[in-house]
Design a protein around this ligand. Structure first.
Ligand SMILES: [Zn+2]
Length: 477
């Protein structure tokens, strides 16, 4: 049962990624081109992400709801920028029950329009505000060039939507949810992110301002890992979402929307993985610990499995999986779980039982260096410590990789070079013409204008005009 090795990450990052997703049984290609099937191991990872995010949303007063998959086509046409942005990607239902529909229905690409429509009925007075809701669902966008998790026709996500009485409240909420995403990325997924504002050309269709968290992948390309939009009163005006204020005057609401999708699974794979396979961040891993029993004879097998059964209850609150598969060598199992990214392995054999210990092996530290005996007494504490150490070490590794590959080019020629294998952090005049020229010359786009700015002013890296903010330029997924 010898497994073929994965393609080398350094030599062929793209193929390494594709094969890893399939081989780790995270997802598979669906019969419809561009769609994916998320397999149980991948879905378990997504469920842990959902739980971590859902907790954060609810802590800010958000409640979950469910809106329909099908949206009248006319709804999308009501917000001009919105329909222009989404028209090329729409899937449209024209026949239902064997009959041509009077009005075509859109399979939701996102739900601002239908939620706006319902809010216009539900929101009457300032007392009804704010409205804070979220839904977990899937959406469809007709993508031509797809890649598992990163870009698929149908993907899973959450879309949060809020409505407020004042413009400042919408801005505060958009930023608050961006912070929630950054906190999730860093403290659950060990993925360092830059929080920033999108340029006008990269803004969400219909938004006043868009924000994103951007992460550097293992090939130095950027990935937009979550977005949050201040929609101003654009959707309120398009859908007539109004309320009576304290003075009994009709006012338009101010709305936001924010989303994070299964794309984030792609980020986790590409930030942490290595030539052996996945390395899953301990707080999100479906299995935090895998126990591999080691035995040579049937008698040993019985003894070891009994010891394993005594061990599992010693690890409450830890997601433990016991690999009881027969007819496979321990070495095969080690490789298999390494490929599937389980953060911590416990090996238990007759010698360990005699010494009242187990062997712990860290996924993030290959070979002997990552292996240490640990006494069975106090194992739970030791395992928890190890999982926290792995989280911290994954985060630090990703952060130092990003630091090494983020440059502050002195001039335009240098920018052209550094974005071939990294990010450029440079002054930008914020004019679309410069952004477009840089993209033509280098294929790098503005990823974001970081919220964290050094202050002062500079000269635009391309045109030399005065610039008040720096931007991140990078090639991206
Ligand atoms: Zn410029």
């Amino acid at each position: 049962m010898a497994e073929e090795r994965l393609p080398s990450r350094a030599d062929n990052f793209s193929e390494w990624y594709n094969q890893l997703v399939l081989r780790a049984e995270l997802a598979d290609y669906a019969p419809v081109r561009g769609c994916m099937v998320v397999r149980p191991y991948g879905w378990a990872l997504w469920e842990n992400m959902q739980a971590a995010l859902d907790r954060r949303f609810k802590a800010t007063g958000v409640m979950n709801a469910a809106f329909p998959l099908l949206i009248p086509m006319s709804f999308l046409e009501r917000e001009k920028q919105h329909v222009e942005g989404f028209a090329p990607e729409l899937a449209i239902v024209t026949i239902g029950g064997g009959e041509k529909l009077e009005e075509p229905l859109v399979v939701r690409p996102t739900s601002e329009t239908i939620i706006g429509h319902m809010w216009s009925k539900w929101i009457k007075s300032y007392r009804d505000l704010p409205v804070l809701l979220n839904q977990w669902n899937s959406v469809v966008r007709w993508e031509m060039r797809t890649k598992l998790f990163l870009r698929t026709m149908e993907f899973y996500w959450q879309e949060g939507h809020t409505a407020h009485a004042a413009p400042e409240e919408a801005e505060v909420r958009a930023r608050q949810m961006l912070d929630a995403y950054a906190d999730f990325a860093e403290n659950e997924a060990a993925v360092p992110v830059v929080r920033g504002q999108k340029s006008e050309s990269e803004r969400f269709a219909g938004a006043l301002r868009s924000y994103s968290i951007e992460a550097m992948m293992g090939d130095t390309r950027a990935l937009q890992a979550g977005t949050s939009h201040n929609l101003g009163d654009n959707f309120a005006k398009a859908f007539d979402i109004r309320y009576l204020d304290h003075e009994n005057q009709q006012q338009f609401c101010w709305t936001t929307s924010w989303g994070l999708s299964t794309r984030f699974i792609g980020a986790v794979i590409m930030v942490h993985g290595d030539d052996q396979g996945l390395i899953l961040p301990p707080r999100l891993a479906p299995y935090q610990v895998v126990i591999v029993p080691i035995y040579k004879s049937d008698a040993e097998r019985v003894e070891v499995l009994q010891a394993v059964d005594r061990l599992v209850p010693e690890l409450p609150g830890v997601r433990v999986h016991v690999d009881r598969r027969e007819g496979l060598t321990p070495g095969f199992k080690f490789n298999d779980w390494e490929m599937r990214g389980v953060p911590l392995r416990i090996e238990l054999g007759p010698k360990d039982i005699a010494r009242q210990q187990v062997m712990l092996a860290r996924r993030d530290v290959p070979g002997r260096d990552g292996k240490q005996p640990a006494p069975v007494a106090g194992l739970a504490t030791r395992v928890q410590q190890a999982l926290d150490e792995i989280h911290t070490s994954l985060y630090r590794r990703a952060e130092s990789f990003r630091r090494e590959h983020t440059h502050s080019p002195a001039d335009y020629e240098e920018l052209k070079q550094v974005v071939q294998n990294g990010w450029a952090d440079a002054w930008w005049c914020e004019q679309a013409a410069c952004e477009a020229q840089i993209k033509d010359d280098t294929r790098a786009t503005t990823r974001c204008i970081p919220l964290d700015q050094p202050g002062g002013t500079g000269a635009c890296i391309r045109c030399g005009e005065p610039a008040s903010r720096r931007a991140i330029f990078a090639r991206s997924y």
